[in-house]
Design a protein around this ligand. Structure first.
Ligand code: ZN
Length: 233
């Protein structure tokens, strides 16, 4: 059930039986020349909607711009919310949902730069909220996926596979890059971003497939479903 497609009566009825809400959060940022800017948003939203269908739980509207202040902000099309702004957006999401009775919150996260702001937002509300639980899942970090693939870089094999499975019409295979830079053990200011990447791919290769995407997607969805069971125990 998508919150944007429900009426307030349906929300009221849902809250009589359940107080879990799934919050997809992604990014609008470069994903090399071959993948769409919305890769993280599309992935998080598709996963969240599938988890919502399987568990019969409400899915909040996707937060589709993330924190991309590091690295990808340098490339065309990226829209970035600063870590502070994104934290505030998430806090307001949580407060609104809490105000109406939601108490179990599952973030289905599609973007690395969102991890710290989500955690900061939870830390902001944890002392104020009552009887609430928060879970955050970033699919590429799930250990359950490790047996399927061993690379989790930006715009790399995992995301290529995910897009080939979910939205193949948005993948430009003819623009795949061969760049494979090893990630240094430091961060850079934006003027030095070419030390990390010149083509927008970070620490990975683009040898993906729709089959791998399907396997990663289904496994990630099953992990999220188990996270909901744990949230509601
Ligand atoms: Zn991504």
């Amino acid at each position: 059930m998508e919150l944007t497609k429900m009426t307030m009566k349906e929300v009221k009825d849902y809250l009589q039986k359940n107080n879990t809400v799934i919050i997809p959060i992604g990014a609008t940022e470069e994903h090399s020349e071959a993948l769409p800017l919305g890769t993280d948003t599309i992935t998080a939203e598709c996963m969240a909607i599938e988890v919502g269908k399987l568990t019969n739980r409400v899915v909040a509207p996707t937060i589709s711009a993330g924190n991309c202040h590091s690295i990808t902000y340098a490339f065309p099309g990226t829209i970035s919310l600063s870590p502070k702004t994104l934290t505030s957006v998430i806090v307001d999401y949580l407060k609104s949902l809490y105000k109406h009775g939601f108490r179990r919150f599952l973030f289905v996260n599609g973007h690395g730069g969102n991890v710290a702001p989500i955690r900061c937002a939870i830390d902001e509300v944890a002392p104020i909220f009552k009887n609430s639980r928060f879970a955050v899942g970033s699919w590429w970090r799930f250990e359950e996926l490790a047996e399927l693939y061993d690379s989790a870089g930006h715009a790399g094999r995992g995301e290529v596979s995910m897009m080939l499975y979910l939205t193949p019409e948005l993948v430009h295979k003819e623009w795949f890059t061969k760049e494979e830079k090893k990630l240094p053990r430091y961060f850079v200011s934006e003027d030095l971003v070419s030390e990390i990447t010149e083509t927008g791919i970070i620490s990975d290769n683009q040898n993906g497939s729709a089959e791998l995407g399907k396997a990663l997607f289904e496994k990630a969805v099953s992990v999220y479903v188990s996270m909901i069971e744990e949230l509601e125990k």
